[in-house]
Design a protein around this ligand. Structure first.
Ligand SMILES: NC(=O)c1ccc[n+]([C@@H]2O[C@H](COP(=O)([O-])OP(=O)(O)OC[C@H]3O[C@@H](n4cnc5c(N)ncnc54)[C@H](O)[C@@H]3O)[C@@H](O)[C@H]2O)c1
Length: 253
């Protein structure tokens, strides 16, 4: 019970990596706020947490909306009294855009609004609460597209590179305040997002994706969650501003 009596907030907690994180933090004793746009799946995740005997709360949230993000943190504190760990994980995907010269402005704006501004808004509100408490830990979900080129995904790559900048800067700004802030960079993970990308990518994508990792397979949500949990735990007490790849060796190639 690594997170007994802790309160954990997970954005994008309805499905995929966020859902797996919500369930695992709850299993480890935490009260969990599941924040997501998807009401049906978000409520299901929170229900599953409660059915398992832990405390769970779904809060419908659009992370790209400042007022909504304020309400998300307010709801967390109103229900559970504090905010110990935040996982800023909500995101929208690559859509196999054309190369940059032919890319679409509206798509760029949408991806930046959720993946980058959304993380900025969440960090700002979570840090305000953690400053009141004098402690806290935050993990942002970036991507291998945060650390290297991502052809046909220029907007997604820009948004995730931005998350690295936010992570490092906030980590330094709040290190003395007792708030640790890190990021994970998953490779291709078996989630709805990946399944949608495979469906849109056409023939060959499903066969191609495992091979981008030297391990020759895609990862599981729980393999990312394990890294998030370590970063949130006291075992990582001297780790802040770190960018942790979880990608089967992809970037070592
Ligand atoms: N799946 C992968 O291969 C992969 C790889 C690297 C990084 N990531 C990142 O991991 C994170 C989780 O993705 P996933 O693979 O679990 O995908 P997913 O689609 O299963 O989950 C994303 C969740 O975010 C929610 N969401 C989207 N926009 C939102 C908004 N504006 N406000 C609140 N919630 C919103 C969705 O409803 C969904 O529940 C994302 O940030 C994604 O970019 C995924």
């Amino acid at each position: 019970m690594l997170f007994q009596d802790k309160v954990v907030l997970v954005t994008g907690g309805a499905t995929g990596i966020g859902r797996a994180a919500s369930l695992e933090f709850a299993r480890q004793g935490a009260a969990v706020v599941v924040a997501d746009l998807n009401e049906t799946a978000g409520a299901e995740t929170a229900d599953e947490i409660c059915t398992g005997g832990s405390r769970g709360l779904f809060v419908r949230t659009d992370v790209a909306d400042a007022r909504g993000v304020e309400q998300m943190v307010d709801s967390c504190v109103a229900e559970f009294g504090q905010l110990d760990c935040a996982i800023n994980n909500a995101g929208v995907e690559l859509e196999w855009a054309p190369p940059l010269a032919d890319a679409d402005e509206a798509q760029f704006d949408k991806i930046i609004a959720v993946n980058l501004k959304g993380v900025w808004l969440c960090l700002r509100q979570e840090i305000r609460q953690m400053l009141k408490q004098g402690s806290g830990v935050i993990v942002n979900t970036a991507s291998i597209a945060a650390l290297a080129a991502a052809p046909k995904m220029s907007s997604y790559a820009a948004s995730k590179h931005g998350v690295i900048g936010l992570t490092k800067t906030a980590a330094v700004e709040y290190a003395e305040a007792g708030i640790r802030i890190n990021a994970v960079c998953p490779g291709v993970i078996d989630t709805d997002m990946t399944r949608r990308a495979i469906a849109k990518g056409g023939e060959g994508t499903e066969k191609y994706l495992p091979g981008i990792h030297p391990m020759g397979r895609i990862g599981t949500p729980n393999e990312v969650v394990a890294a998030m949990m370590w970063l949130c735990s006291d075992a990582a007490s001297f780790t802040t501003g770190a960018i942790l790849p979880v990608e089967g060796g992809r970037l070592a190639r």
